[in-house]
Design a binder for this molecule. Structure first.
Ligand code: NAD
Ligand code: UGA
Length: 467
């Protein structure tokens, strides 16, 4: 109805669409926001008490706004038609087949959204790329939108999202910056200004950057590549630390205190995971290759190679330390999410450790406070091709536990793979007593108190630390 300043429709009710739109609704009471999705299950979950994603602070905001100025619906066509601004926030996974398989991002879902908009719109729209896309995707989106023959005007903007899972709400409430790219024409600039005015409800103007379309699209890939590169850089040093007796945490501190380097994102780990870092770097690599920039492609590809090496190195070290065999041994994996404060398991490093140890014949007991067994198997099948059909006995060799002490009971080793706060304060005396001896701890996140654990009697191995 006309009581609204602006009507927004967001296509894609996932990790980005849901929280981003909830915060816009919360901060802009006069904006009507509707998030649509083709998945009925996903929309039903958003409209229920149990949201489809775990994100601290999100349930409060959703329950404040839902059915006031925030709506979740499967009426994609109806909501597209109503809206002034349409966000495309669908998944853009790495292609698994065809040209660029394993590297190029598939923008199929984005194109489908554009086609849908072109088909059902009866008024002019601003169409915003929120998904992470290859540079110049806006050109394709614009051409698809032009297939609408009703003489409407479509302005395409790029507005990449920089939130991190687990801190999505605080990231959205106080973003370092909001980036809006548009055509440098009067109509393009006017469209960008309209989106600026939505964010300006809570984001200081000087933090809202406007650029041309291609800079905006490419900045998103570059930001993720730089962040991931820091993790791979410190992880490469962790291997050198283990070989030399240096301590990677001391190195991170010493290096990071240089303001020019900065201290964030230098936490050495079992490797980075999540749905985006690898996907976006591979996207960048593929773009470089497409333009014949082989050296640039190889440079960025090395960030992914180093991450694969780090994950592999971890499971190999576990086996080597446990007398070169884990066959038949019970091993507890503490944490399965790709980082703390999320239930997301896409590309989680835990999965690769689990896969490797299963191949060695270990009996795996997995504990994570937020991950469902169903999601674990979906991702294991999607990313590693391991499923119940091609791997008989999975249900016997992988037990998911709801009690962390049960997971460790009788185990030869425990491995911390997600940095959940609760792992810092477990009763390690009790765990030690219940474990087989020697009792091994492998800390893939460097969060435990090693002096204390060694005192109790554990044999401790961490990333980039003296054994
Ligand atoms: P997601 O898989 O959680 O959600 C995507 C949703 O889009 C799904 O619910 C799916 O059903 C829906 N969808 C797909 N095609 C559709 C269509 N044609 N019509 C209607 N709905 C459709 O994905 P996500 O994690 O929210 O990521 C979305 C995009 O944002 C990606 O490009 C990603 O790279 C980017 N991104 C993600 C994060 C993050 O933290 N997850 C952060 C920044 C950017
Ligand atoms: C990341 C970026 O931080 C976001 O800005 C971006 O919007 C998002 O990707 C995206 O495009 O999807 P996210 O993947 O949710 O966010 O989480 P991060 O905090 O970046 O962590 C990514 C991975 O790196 C995790 O597995 C984490 O454990 C690991 N990591 C991070 C380290 O191993 N060490 C560090 O110092 C930091």
């Amino acid at each position: 109805s006309d009581e609204w300043d602006v009507k927004i429709c967001c296509i894609g009710a996932g990790y980005v669409g849901g929280p981003t739109m909830a915060v816009i609704a919360k901060k802009c009471p006069k904006v009507r926001v509707c998030v649509v999705d083709i998945s009925q299950k996903q929309i039903d979950a958003w409209n229920s008490d149990k949201l489809p994603i775990y994100e601290p602070g999100l349930p409060e905001i959703v329950s404040d706004c839902v059915n006031k100025n925030l709506f979740f619906s499967t009426d994609v066509d109806g909501e597209i038609d109503k809206a002034d601004i349409i966000f495309i926030s669908v998944n853009t996974p790495t292609k698994t087949k065809g040209i660029g398989a394993g590297r190029a991002a598939n923008i199929k879902n984005c194109e489908l959204c554009a086609r849908q908009i072109a088909k059902v719109a009866n008024s002019s729209k601003i169409v915003v790329e929120k998904s992470t896309v290859p540079v110049r995707t806006a050109q394709a989106i614009t051409r698809v939108l032009k297939s609408n023959d009703k003489g409407l005007d479509f302005q395409v903007l790029s507005n990449p999202e920089f939130l991190a899972e687990g801190t999505a709400i605080s990231d959205l409430m106080a973003p370092d910056r909001v980036l809006i790219g548009g055509h440098q024409s009067p109509e393009g600039l006017a469209a960008a200004e309209k989106l600026v005015s939505v964010y300006a409800n809570w984001v200081p103007r000087e933090r809202i950057l406007t650029t041309n379309l291609w800079s905006s699209e490419l900045s998103k890939l570059v930001a993720n590549a730089f962040l991931a590169q820091r993790v791979s850089s410190i992880n490469s040093i962790s291997a050198l630390c283990e070989a030399t007796g240096a301590d990677v945490s001391e190195i991170s501190r010493a290096v990071g205190m240089d303001d020019r380097i900065g201290k964030r994102f230098l936490q050495s780990s079992v490797g980075f995971g999540g749905s985006c870092f690898q996907k976006d770097i591979l996207n960048l690599v593929y773009l470089c290759e497409t333009f014949g920039l082989e050296e640039c492609a190889a440079y960025w590809n090395q960030v992914v190679i180093m991450n694969d090496y780090q994950k592999k190195r971890f499971s190999q070290k576990m086996v080597a330390q446990m007398f070169n065999t884990v066959t038949g041994k019970k091993i507890a994996l503490l944490g399965y999410a790709f980082k703390k404060d999320t239930g997301d398991v896409r590309e989680t490093p835990s999965m690769f450790v689990l896969r490797d140890l299963l191949e060695e014949g270990a009996r795996m007991h997995v504990y994570d406070p937020q991950v469902s067994r169903e999601d674990m198997w979906i991702e294991m099948n999607y990313t590693c091709g391991v499923n119940h059909d091609n791997t008989p006995g999975l249900d016997e060799s992988v037990i998911t536990e709801t009690d962390v002490y049960a997971a460790c009971d009788g185990a030869h080793a425990l491995a911390v793979l997600t940095e959940w706060d609760e792992f810092k304060t477990l009763d390690y005396e009790r765990i030690f007593k219940s474990m087989a001896k020697p009792a091994f701890v492998f800390d893939g996140r460097n969060i435990l108190d090693y002096a204390k654990l060694r005192d109790i009697g554990f044999e401790v191995h961490a990333i980039g630390k003296p054994d």
